[in-house]
Design a protein around this ligand. Structure first.
Ligand code: CTP
Ligand code: MG
Length: 368
């Protein structure tokens, strides 16, 4: 090769160097955002205190964590999602429990209390102001009998545990990214954290080839099990949850670094995922909206609701008739896709230093 000719291996080498440095920076970035052991201990104390108080109303109750505090995807100062299970046939209606618990917590604790007995899922919202031991305060929601949420939390936890380094780093980074870019507010037409986590798992199970994760819901059980053990109501909640065994017997053939996976994730959702016709399902892979009756191109007069609810479709792993992204509006989806494109563009231009790429990706977006 003459000395004037560009060496074709240089761009590749520089790309590999960038991806490697980007992966390292992602780990370093995410680690400093994990909750401290003190924070986790305070939260556990709060859970125990609340459980003791609830037992004065319902003696046979247990108060369990779900959501990020329990699924391995918690960031510093995440809110606490708690679910009260009552092991007795004669229990009060959730809305009455919310009202009674609200009154009790108002009397007995220093929490700010907001009971929402008439919400679709009745909850009590609690918050504590910042104090020296808890510099950012605490926010907590208590609901009742939400067994599906406890199970989907366990499913996400199992996925996190199969390959914690890659899965947790990707998810935690994405959670920070979507909060900083202001696309993580279902109430304002964008997507819940739960929705983003499902997109990551979907990508690692069904888009990457070879897959980074197995499909836990499609793996056969090791011994026969009865429908009573696999269903909550009409919903099949079975999944392979023996993660120790799985780690012994299953290894992914995919060796991509976390940096590479994140680059490919953004690229996929920026330009390859078919938003108009497709549903992302971690149970079944890519499925068609019309196979579920989730089209959004129906007659705008007769099907206004379906059009609005099904712009972006993410199937809940257990409630397969529930679109987790039903709150995402037309404008919300436009913004989310714009953000996937922006992230993909930043990563394809490969700034000189990976740390600069991370700073650009997570730059706080002005509130609109
Ligand atoms: N959940 C659900 N269905 C939804 C939204 C949420 O079942 N449509 C349940 C899931 O069990 C989820 C939990 O509620 O894990 C909490 O959801 P969310 O707050 O979106 O996720 P977190 O992981 O708790 O994220 P954050 O740290 O941002 O609170
Ligand atoms: Mg939460």
């Amino acid at each position: 090769m003459s000395r004037q000719q560009p060496d074709p291996s240089v761009p590749r080498a520089s790309r590999q160097r960038f991806v490697q440095e980007f992966s390292q920076c992602l780990f370093d970035f995410v680690i400093q955002l994990l909750p401290t052991t003190e924070e986790l201990a305070v939260k556990e104390d709060v859970r125990k205190l609340l459980e003791r108080l609830i037992r004065t109303i319902e003696p046979d109750s247990r108060l369990l964590s779900f959501g990020s505090t329990a699924n391995g995807f918690s960031l510093r100062n995440s809110d606490m999602d708690l679910c009260c299970l009552i092991d007795s046939d004669e229990r009060l209606a959730a809305s009455d429990l919310v009202t009674m618990l609200g009154d009790l917590l108002e009397r007995e604790t220093k929490f700010h209390v907001k009971p929402l007995p008439h919400a679709r899922i009745p909850i009590v919202k609690l918050s504590l102001d910042p104090s020296p031991g808890l510099p950012l305060g605490i926010a907590c929601d208590i609901g009742f009998e939400n067994r599906l949420a406890l199970e989907n939390t366990r499913l996400l936890y199992c996925y996190a545990m199969i390959d914690p380094t890659r899965v947790r780093t990707m998810v935690l980074f994405l959670k920070v990214w979507c909060k900083r870019r202001k696309i993580n507010s279902p109430y304002k037409g964008t997507l819940s954290s739960y929705g983003y986590v499902l997109l990551v798992i979907y990508f690692l199970v069904h888009v990457k080839n070879p897959p980074v994760l197995p499909n836990l819901q499609q793996m056969p059980p090791l011994r026969p099990i009865s429908p009573g053990d696999t269903h909550i109501g009409s919903h099949n909640t079975w999944f392979f949850d023996d993660i120790d065994l799985l780690r012994q017997r299953w290894a992914s053939a995919n060796t991509d670094s976390v940096g590479q996976l994140l680059i490919d994730f953004f690229k996929y959702f920026a330009r390859d995922f078919s938003y108009n016709t497709g549903v992302a399902s971690i149970r079944a892979g890519f499925i068609k909206k019309d196979s579920k009756g989730w089209q959004n191109d129906l007659d705008p007069v007769r099907y206004k609701d379906a059009r609005e609810r099904n712009r972006l479709c993410i199937e809940d792993p257990f409630e397969s008739d529930f679109n987790v992204a039903r709150c995402v509006t037309r404008d919300g989806l436009y913004t989310i896709r714009g953000e996937f494109m922006r992230a993909s563009r930043i990563l394809s231009t490969r700034p000189e230093r990976a740390i600069v790429a991370i700073a650009q990706l997570c730059e706080e977006r002005e509130d609109v």
